[in-house]
Design a protein around this ligand. Sequence first.
Ligand code: 4AD
Ligand code: MG
Length: 445
Amino acid sequence: MPETIRIEDIAQHEGEQVTLQGWVYNHTDTGKLVFVWVRDGTGFAQCVFFKGDVGPELFEAAQSLTYESSVKITGSVRQDDRAPGMPGGYELGADDLEILQIAEEYPIQPKEHGVDFLMENRHLWIRSQRQWAVLRVRATVIRAIRDWLDDNGFVNMDTPILTPAACEGTTTLFETEYFGDLAYLAQSGQLYNEADIYAFGRVYCFGPTFRAEKSKTRRHLTEFWMVEPEAAFCDMDQLMEIEEQFVSYIVQTCLEERAAELEILGRDTSRLEQVVPPFPRISYDEALEIIAEIREAMDDPELKELLKIEWGDDFGSPHETELTERFQKPVFVYGYPTEAKAFYMEPWPDRPEVSKSVDLLAPEGYGEITGGSERISDLDLLLQRLDEWGLPREAFEWYVDLRRYGSVPHSGFGLGLERTVTWICGIDHLRETIAFPRTLTRVYP
Ligand code: 4AD
Ligand code: MG
């Protein structure tokens, strides 16, 4: 019996007789030859049935295959640079075929489909090669995230999903009935991380977060995954050092381990190769000046209007896009106006209208992938902020406690998984970076 192998490992089996098990991704029949692209979850490979070799009966069976039929194909592995399927080029000279099921007419055909149709059929769309490549990159990004944090002294602490209060502002909360009370789906695990650092020093949480964002943009999901590292005895500058090491590691790991997938996606990897520390750092004030310059030099009145911004406003996508086009690497923007950000941010010394906040913006127009800050460590200031932000004291009592017992300067950030994968893959839309995206207009399938 020939060994059943994974397509991913096919190069190690050149010249051997092996069996592939998977699904028919593509099918071409010339009368004398049938080319079957098989995908098995680990890769794509072409299998060639030659009538003269396999005999009429088997050849007819190969001819009868439809898209997505499930099969086991046995044959000998040969290297061929022209072989389609995966970069690198291996194919199978087929000599046997077992059909598990002949698939019904498959809704997704090798032609252009509208996005709505594809989203409606997301449970099938994920089988397509590009979607497969993106989701494989995602899995690698997740592993790289955990590896780096685990290797650098961050302890994984899972934070609750059902929470009594808002972390990132009350306007985007999903609320749910909780035994006669109300609870909210977590927007962030940060506040709990801040408790955890007093037990473990450096921690991270990594899980789904929920925001009832009314924005229908290519950068927003209502359910997205965020990794949030938090560190005691860490100021904003030290935080940026952690972030640039962390993000560089993630990108370099993808370049090493997901080269084939990035090639399938047509990613210009030379841009990713440049993602190594240090990253440029500019202040919010400097960023405003750059945006003003860009506007000045601009002819398009519509875009000019979009880029209008006054001191105090947070950036929108157009600002971030224009700004990051100017940089080769991810760029830190620090020192945002206090009012534009969340309640917990440490103010700038002698400049309370500015916060010790920092976002990391990905290049090539991708924009914000992380948001973080140094946190308020002073008890009185935190109490004052809760009042000013109109937040209920009772719900935050435990959080306030953290400033009572051994308060220290501490900082943390959140990295949006889907935004990071979108950038690394070089694709246009966030929704392709998660198997079943949740957006303003979609909870099916
Ligand atoms: O900037 P944000 O809102 O920061 C926080 O939630 C902090 N509590 C994190 C922390 O300091 N521990 O969100 C962090 C990141 C953003 O930079 C972005 O990448 C991603 O989460 N993000 C979203 N991704 C997809 N869809 C959305 N609606 C997102 N909102 C934020
Ligand atoms: Mg943010």
